[in-house]
Structure formats: structure tokens, C-alpha cells
Design a protein around this ligand. Structure first.
Ligand code: KIV
Ligand code: NA
Length: 266
């Protein structure tokens, strides 16, 4: 399994669905890599790994550390690193500097940034200088304070038009793929038909060219998740059970038993 390339992902438009999951650590990347086309080091690590209330406190340093770990742990998937809040919004040149640091420190293939029309010049500036960019429109978590929450987007005709315009602007600016998050199905379908690049949905129906989920969400690590999350396991429950068994065995001195104890050489 050779590592996929950005052009190989681009060529998947309208074809075999693109499989993407988030990963934040080397070991998880190793486990997911054979099954995925793309791994996203999402700034969702703010909540998932660091326990922040939103993604707004995530730093470039964090993204670089976790990004490098995921690149080390994978050899097949295209690794994409989220640009964190505050590292790209000021302008195309500031954004390029941040993106260049991410590329240099992680060895990833691409960066992702949130935003629509207002970010199109930045997407163009970065991608024209050799750094492939994934766009992200619809529900954009870094804008939670402006949006007023994490609810689905595109429920009104006006909002639908705005988000479709955002998607077109970012795709026309040169994004090689577009994440569309938390939008009603007709809008997801319209975006996927409107743009030339692959659309990767999260809470955006099966009409997209691919899907992404936050790994900890799909593994059942959290009690509460968005409607669009499907749980493929109940890791929270299984981890609790394992910890409880360990605690019982330590307290009853049945762990460590014979199998797990060093013996002096005869
Ligand atoms: O940060 C993240 O995990 C993301 C995906 C949910 C698309 O941006
Ligand atoms: Na993100």
C-alpha cells in the first residue's frame, strides 16, 4: 500500500466514495490507515484530547505535534492537518506562514481551513504556492460564537444560498477537496453537484463524494454526540469495564498473578 496523493483524491470526484476519519495519535493512525483514504488531524482534538469547550483554544503547536505523530503512524492515507483558529484569518500571507510551518513540521500532504467567500483569496494564495488546501463550509465550529451553536446549517433559503456560494468560492479558489459539515441533505447534494472537487460530508448525507467522522465519536467514547454521528462501538463502556476489573483485581491482590511476575533465575 503506497501513500495516496492529492491528485489521486481529486480524481475520486463522483467515483468510489472517499473514506476519511480523524486521528490525533500515532497508534490510532496505524490502526485506521489501512482502511482510510485520508486521515484528518482535526482541531477537534481540542475537545477530544485536551478537554477544551471548543476548538478556539487549539494552537499551531498542538496541530504540529499531533500532525507529526499521525504522519509517523501512517503510510497509505493522505494526511490533512487542520489550521487552528487564529493562524490563518488575518490574511493570505499570515495563513501561508502558518501552513508552511505545518507542512515543514509534520510532513503532511495538505492543510484544511474553515470559511467561505471571505477565505477564498487565502485558499488561492496558499494552494498556488504548493500547499494543497481542503476547504470546510456549512457548520464551521471555529465560528461557533458567531453562529450561536452547533445546529444544522442551510435550513433557510437565504442560508442555503450563502453556503452554496461559500462552497463554490472555495472550490473555485483551488481547494482540492471540500468538507461540508452539518447541512440539510438537499444542500449537500447541490454543493456536490456544483463543485468540481470531491465533497467530503460530515452530517451532510450520503449525497457527498466521501464521508468523515471524528474517530472518538464513532468509537463511542462520548455520552453525547451530534445526530449525524453513528457509533460503531461502545469504547467508553468497554474501557470502564476494563478499569473496573483491574481495580477489583488490584484490591483483591489477584493482579499481578503468576503470569505477570518476574522470577529470579534458578
Ligand atoms: O476537526 C475536525 O475533526 C473536523 C472534522 C469534523 C471535519 O474538522
Ligand atoms: Na476541524
Amino acid at each position: 500500500l503506497k501513500r495516496l496523493t492529492v491528485p489521486a483524491i481529486q480524481a475520486r470526484k463522483g467515483g468510489e466514495p472517499i473514506v476519511m476519519l480523524t486521528a490525533y495519535t500515532a497508534r490510532m493512525a496505524q490502526l485506521l490507515d489501512p482502511h482510510c483514504d485520508m486521515l484528518l488531524v482535526g482541531d477537534s482534538l481540542g475537545q477530544v484530547i485536551y478537554g477544551f469547550p471548543s476548538t478556539l483554544q487549539v494552537t499551531l503547536e498542538m496541530m504540529c505535534r499531533h500532525g507529526a505523530a499521525v504522519v509517523r503512524g501512517s503510510y497509505h492515507s493522505v494526511v490533512v492537518i487542520d489550521m487552528p483558529f487564529g493562524s490563518y484569518e488575518a490574511g493570505p500571507e499570515a495563513a501561508f506562514a502558518s501552513a508552511a510551518r505545518i507542512m515543514a513540521e509534520t510532513g503532511a500532504a495538505a492543510v484544511k481551513l474553515e470559511g467561505g467567500e471571505a477565505m477564498a483569496p487565502t485558499v488561492a494564495f496558499i494552494s498556488q504556492r504548493g500547499i494543497p488546501v481542503v476547504g470546510h463550509v456549512g457548520l464551521t465550529p471555529q465560528a461557533v460564537n458567531a453562529l450561536g451553536g452547533y445546529g444544522a446549517r442551510g435550513r433557510s433559503t437565504a442560508e442555503e444560498g450563502k453556503i452554496l456560494g461559500d462552497a463554490r468560492a472555495v472550490a473555485d479558489a483551488g481547494a482540492f477537496a471540500l468538507v461540508v459539515e452539518g447541512v440539510v441533505e438537499p444542500l449537500a447534494r447541490a454543493i456536490t453537484e456544483a463543485v468540481a472537487c470531491p465533497v467530503i460530508g460530515i452530517g451532510a448525507s450520503a449525497a457527498c463524494d466521501g464521508q468523515v467522522l471524528v474517530i472518538d465519536d464513532m468509537l463511542g467514547m462520548f455520552e453525547r454526540t451530534a445526530r449525524f454521528v453513528k457509533r460503531y462501538d461502545d469504547l467508553a463502556g468497554r474501557i470502564g469495564e476494563a478499569a473496573a476489573r483491574y481495580a477489583d483485581e488490584v484490591r483483591s491482590r489477584s493482579f499481578p498473578g503468576d503470569d505477570h511476575v518476574y522470577k529470579p533465575r534458578p
